[in-house]
Design a protein around this ligand. Sequence first.
Ligand SMILES: Nc1ncnc2c1ncn2[C@@H]1O[C@H](COP(=O)(O)O)[C@@H](OP(=O)(O)O)[C@H]1O
Ligand SMILES: [Mg+2]
Ligand SMILES: [Mg+2]
Ligand SMILES: [Mg+2]
Length: 356
Amino acid sequence: MVSNVSDKSYVDEEPLTERKTREEKKKVQKALLQSDVHSKSDKSPVTVADYGSQAIVSYVLEKELPTESFLLVAEEDSGDLRKENGQETVQRITELVNDTLVVEECYTAAALSTEDVLRAIDSGKSEGGSSGRHWVLDPIDGTKGFLRGDQYAIALALLDEGKVVLGVLACPNLPLTSFGANKQHSSESSNDKIGCLFFAKVGEGTYMQSLDGSSPIKVHISAIENPEEASFFESFEAAHSLHDLSSAIAKKLGVKAPPVRIDSQAKYGALSRGDGAIYLRFPHKGYREKIWDHAAGSIVVTEAGGVVTDAAGNPLDFSKGKYLDLDTGIIVTNQKLMPSLLKAVRESIQEKVSSL
Ligand SMILES: Nc1ncnc2c1ncn2[C@@H]1O[C@H](COP(=O)(O)O)[C@@H](OP(=O)(O)O)[C@H]1O
Ligand SMILES: [Mg+2]
Ligand SMILES: [Mg+2]
Ligand SMILES: [Mg+2]
């Protein structure tokens, strides 16, 4: 639920020229991506944009925070790029990074070398943990969505003594107005202005602004108490979350709307402004969730009044290093719906186990 709907600039339709520019940019983006996609050892995709984003955020954070001891836990590393056949890709990333930094005038003094870029990527090698402060970065969350031209997010959080105290989520393809059960998953289908930035600091609430810089507005999670009126989010990718289990849970709960499937932590952002009321995530057996996939999103939701837990109702523990130790899955909703959601989750999991 957006708390200040009187801000007209926020809900205006995108002018035709801007929409054309956006469509042009997307065409360029797609053309770039064809040759710039690689496969990691776990078979997941990584692109020059993932590496470039990590290099830029890491470089800028270190420049902006010179007095802090700088520890960063980030998804990507330079291992594959340093191999013999990685040279061309590093060159490409370095060009993209320099082109991007040039836009920000204060970073134009000297172009970064390929070694500077590799070093910036590798600044993200911290393991995290329960002591001190750690930045946590997913340079592109939802790479598969990014490749499809759908939703993705750049997700940055700050951990202090293992607790998330700050979160920023940039969602370049998320419409500024609602993105719920009544909208299709692809931003191509929408005439709304797109590009949202969510940010939350512990104790201070969650705010959203457009990525091109409108003034921030405070956002709140849905206040829906009746599950029949609720809609729920889940991963677009069936490989990332058990769609049949979430469908059983939704049915048990009485949710009528079909699932809204979108990629990335854009789900947390959309939830924080009340686009839907529930987020269900049940990875296939054996998958271990990483902190960068949830740190920023979880504070964006909790500061907007939501609750984020594992399937047993435990809060997420970000103090154990790179991985989250979870009971089965992650569920998110408002405080009123959480008890009945937990009950539906528990019963559906039991039924699934006993049917095996
Ligand atoms: N088998 C799996 N099960 C659950 N999550 C997975 C997965 N394989 C990859 N992921 C994670 O799911 C994230 C995307 O989440 P979503 O499904 O909500 O879009 C990926 O982030 P990246 O795209 O940053 O690698 C990746 O970390
Ligand atoms: Mg990835
Ligand atoms: Mg991710
Ligand atoms: Mg990623």
